[in-house]
Design a protein around this ligand. Structure first.
Ligand SMILES: [Zn+2]
Ligand SMILES: [Zn+2]
Length: 374
């Protein structure tokens, strides 16, 4: 069910035919002249309207053409993509075909073109496995086209090379939304069970997503290199040695969402930072110097020897007697910590790969929701 047909060498787009009257008169004209042709096979065309109300072209007779039929949802999504691209300085070319330098054919659902840059928006209403997606993406790459995928299915891979998102149809409004995988997303678990909502973080109307993607609002791993607040949580505990109350740091949070709206915050701890970063202990101590901690009733954070662990590690200490306060409270008081203060940090790009537990939070697609509400 294409949005495009041919008259001689000219492309005719159904969405350029604005009124119902104009659509009717084209129908009458074509039923006499029969000069409109299908782009797939050159056979005769009839004008149709889908069950979702989308004007489109169809084969006049079901014959030898092997082009797979499209659903009304697929057709409507294509039209929504076209209309969104029309709001930008890119040109939409639906059902655009091309060839790679090695002679392989491709056809994009909707190609967005600006100068020499080409982005193919692919709508996968029918299922497509990872291998096929990879194969088609490679073909696009060879043709100098960047492919961007909208999947109805919930399982696809999250990677920089193949931007992939979930396409959700809302029957009541006959509109689509794009959902972005959350840090907890796992293709093998998505779509199973009741906690499905956990797998999705951002939900953006399709037209806003497409327009934004073409205007630089779609980014991969945007937290890297970003300056942001780091929230420091503390809790009051009784020192095992002097029995007085002392504050200890029991949680750190890179507050990414405050600089990149819609992004998930990245939780971490003094232990993760000191274990995983080069010179980690020095990094933590310079972020949380003794003078700053003291203001908030927290003892010095520094390496101390633990008899229990049999080694030296970065630790909280009692503000009164400096005794090492073990790591246990991190778990015991995990829900009791309250944000006590915050510091400004830069999420250094080279640190992203080192923080093992933070990786799923970092290496994701993010859509900038900040200015997209206009
Ligand atoms: Zn055909
Ligand atoms: Zn003490």
């Amino acid at each position: 069910m294409p949005l495009k047909c041919l008259r001689g060498d000219d492309d005719i787009y159904s969405f350029n035919i604005e009124s119902d009257e104009a659509w009717e008169s084209l129908r009458k004209l074509n039923s006499k002249s029969k000069d409109l042709r299908m782009p797939c096979c050159g056979s005769a065309v009839v004008l149709r309207t889908s069950k979702l109300g989308t004007k489109h072209f169809a084969h006049a007779r079901i014959g030898a053409c092997t082009t797979a039929p499209e659903t009304a949802e697929h057709l409507l999504a294509k039209l929504a993509v076209v209309e969104a691209i029309q709001k930008t300085d890119w040109t939409p070319l639906p059902e655009q075909a091309g060839e790679t330098p090695s002679g392989e054919q491709w056809r994009a659902d909707v190609l967005a073109v600006k100068n020499n840059t080409k982005i193919a928006f692919e709508i996968q209403w029918s299922r497509q496995d990872k291998i096929e997606t990879g194969r088609r993406q490679k073909r696009y790459e060879e043709a100098g086209v960047r492919g961007l995928w909208f999947f109805r299915q919930k399982d696809f891979s999250v990677e920089k090379e193949i931007p992939s998102f979930r396409l959700v149809f809302e029957a009541e409004t006959k509109s689509f939304r794009i959902q972005l995988p959350s840090p907890y997303y796992a293709p093998e678990w998505a779509g199973r069970g009741k906690s499905d909502f956990l797998f999705w973080k951002q939900s953006i109307p399709l037209p806003i997503f497409v327009e934004g993607a073409l205007n630089g609002k779609l980014r991969f791993a945007p937290a890297l290199g970003q300056k942001m607040p780091m929230e420091v949580s503390t809790v009051q505990i009784e020192c095992w040695r002097c029995k007085k109350l002392t504050g200890v740091v029991n949680g750190l949070n890179f507050a990414v969402s405050r600089v990149l709206p819609g992004h998930t915050d990245i939780p971490t701890s003094i232990y993760d930072l000191s274990d995983e970063l080069p010179n980690g202990e020095a990094v933590v101590m310079s972020m949380l110097p003794a003078s700053l901690l003291r203001k908030y009733g927290v003892g010095v954070i520094k390496p101390r020897y633990s008899k229990t662990a049999g080694e030296e590690y970065i630790s909280n200490g009692c503000i009164h007697c400096d005794a090492l306060q073990g790591r246990f409270f991190e778990h015991e008081y995990i829900f009791e910590g309250k944000k006590a203060f915050e510091i400004e940090v830069e999420f250094k790009p080279e640190r992203g790969l080192l923080l093992e537990e933070a990786k799923p939070y970092i290496y994701r697609w993010w859509f900038n929701e900040a200015e997209s509400s206009s």
